[in-house]
Design a protein around this ligand. Sequence first.
Ligand code: ATP
Ligand code: MG
Length: 138
Amino acid sequence: MSQRTFSIIKPDAVRKGYTAAILAAIEKAGFQIASIKKQSISKAQAEGFYAVHSARPFFDSLTTFMSSGPIVLMVLEKENAIADLRKLMGATNPANAEEGTIRKQFAGSIEENAIHGSDAPETAAFEIGYWFAGYELV
Ligand code: ATP
Ligand code: MG
């Protein structure tokens, strides 16, 4: 059964001109792009999105980074989309990411790591609803 996940091409990757290459990797892996938009987000919007990490030491730095430039927000669809996107992304720290993964190819550091992907069905539902209105997903 087809599943939806939420993804962001983070500001480091957009800045470096990796948007098209990352989208190509996503499509090559069999994902349909159900919806996509490029925008800059505020620090407060980033804080709401990453609220689950609010107690972490890197929260302030992470939300400053995420609001530092345009990002690409996407809803992606395929069978097993959530787990398959996490596999395609690679480990959070690019130093530990497997060969061929997006983070191995395009991430610069554990924070500036090129891409976000939802980690479970509940977080995918929250994240899609946080960034996309129902009318954008018909
Ligand atoms: P994401 O949620 O963005 O898909 P992830 O699930 O691999 O990434 P999380 O543990 O959820 O990783 O952390 C969220 C984000 O916070 C990471 O992608 C990274 O940008 C940043 N981050 C995580 N750990 C650190 C750290 N130790 N130092 C700095 N930034 C970090
Ligand atoms: Mg995460």
